[in-house]
Write a protein that binds this ligand. Structure first.
Ligand code: GTR
Length: 345
């Protein structure tokens, strides 16, 4: 089943669906340094921070990270330097989040998926089919509740700075995947959180949470049968080379989050916080533009590489099947789900 990149693109998007080491006051990390005057806070000081990302160099989130670093450097007249470490060099997402909480890594861009285990409100994004499309999702993210959720990371020792785009996630497998029933009995890798485990159980599969970096070899060796992700990840991590059956069900839209360590955040001046916050917001445009480009390029690659693509014409059976998951978590996320519904109107 061949599709034009445009059609596939429309489907994928429309489907529902440092160490700031204030060496004087922190002592954590070893790559970061600070120097400068002895203001009570950090105003006027120079910093070298690290930012961790699991994706390769040219991936949209990494290009967003780099834009963020460039803007911070410019706005601080070269005082604040942020070095981007792509490719999971500083560890997988779960371990990077832990390092950020401790202040050993100052910044990261991670998916809201693994963050859910550290900050409960973010779990809502792992619930299936809560957004109709990209527009609906971004209206919510940029609205009051979406922004409040970024702030809520504070309680988990992190400072949420901005959301980045991550499109919609669909299932792919080394085994045939023609419809919903084919997921039954398959070992499916998911991002590491409980909601995903419940989601796969509702679909009749067996969930295998594991770090992103292990998925390719696990598909290759048969440790897992299937996984799920957006098109840019499916392609850039080479999953499409081994799991050649793709079903475009678009079950989740899990945003990316750019965040800072609260340990570090509390030590820098208000003026520097402002520089960082502004730079983060401004970098969103770059990430989203790159996202659009890569989504299209990836879709073309998928089509050209002989992947068997199945379009889902009717999502209702999927939505019905996963309803128990929404019901299980409705009490936890009632107010957020209401705000998501409102953003639809
Ligand atoms: C990607 C996301 C990564 C990572 C990955 C995963 O879409 O951008 O940060 O969370 O999914 O499935 O682990």
């Amino acid at each position: 089943m061949k599709k034009s990149p445009k059609r596939l693109s429309v489907m994928l998007t429309a489907v529902l669906g440092a160490s700031l080491v204030l060496s004087a006051c922190s002592g954590t990390g070893n790559s970061a340094k600070t120097s400068g005057d002895s203001d009570s806070k950090s105003q006027g000081k120079t910093y070298t921070f690290r930012l961790a990302d699991t994706h390769p160099d040219n991936y949209p989130t990494v290009l967003g990270d780099k834009k963020f670093a460039e803007l911070v450097n410019k706005k601080s007249n070269g005082r604040i330097k942020i070095s981007v470490f792509p490719n999971g060099q500083l560890g997988d997402e779960k371990s990077v989040i832990e390092q950020v909480q401790l202040g050993a890594v100052e910044f990261t861009r991670v998916s809201a998926g693994p963050l859910a285990e550290f900050s409960k409100p973010l779990g809502v994004f792992s619930l299936p089919y809560i957004f109709d499309n990209s527009e609906h999702e971004w209206k919510f993210l940029n609205g009051e509740k979406g922004q409040e959720m970024l702030k809520s990371l504070e309680a988990s020792k992190m400072e949420g700075l901005a959301y980045y785009d991550s499109g919609a996630r669909s299932f792919y497998s080394t085994k045939p995947l023609k419809d919903l029933n084919d997921l039954k009995g398959q070992k499916i890798r998911v991002q590491q959180n409980q909601i995903n485990i419940d989601l796969i159980a509702a679909l009749g599969g067996s969930a295998t949470p594991m770090p992103y970096g292990e998925v390719f070899s696990s598909l290759q060796t048969g440790v897992i049968d299937a996984a799920e992700n957006n098109a840019p990840s499916y392609v850039s991590a080479n999953h499409y080379q081994v799991a050649k059956n793709l079903i475009l069900d678009g079950h989740q839209r899990v945003p990316e989050i750019l965040l800072a360590s609260k340990t570090i955040w509390d030590k820098i001046s208000d003026a520097d916080k402002k520089i960082i916050q502004e730079a983060a917001k401004e970098s969103v445009e770059t990430e989203r533009a790159e996202w659009e480009k890569m989504e299209e390029d990836s879709q073309k690659k998928i089509e050209d590489s002989g992947v068997k693509i199945v379009e889902v014409k009717d999502l209702k059976p999927w939505q019905k099947k996963v309803e128990p998951v929404i019901e299980k978590y409705r009490a936890d996320y009632g107010d957020i789900l209401d705000a998501i519904d409102k953003a639809r109107k």
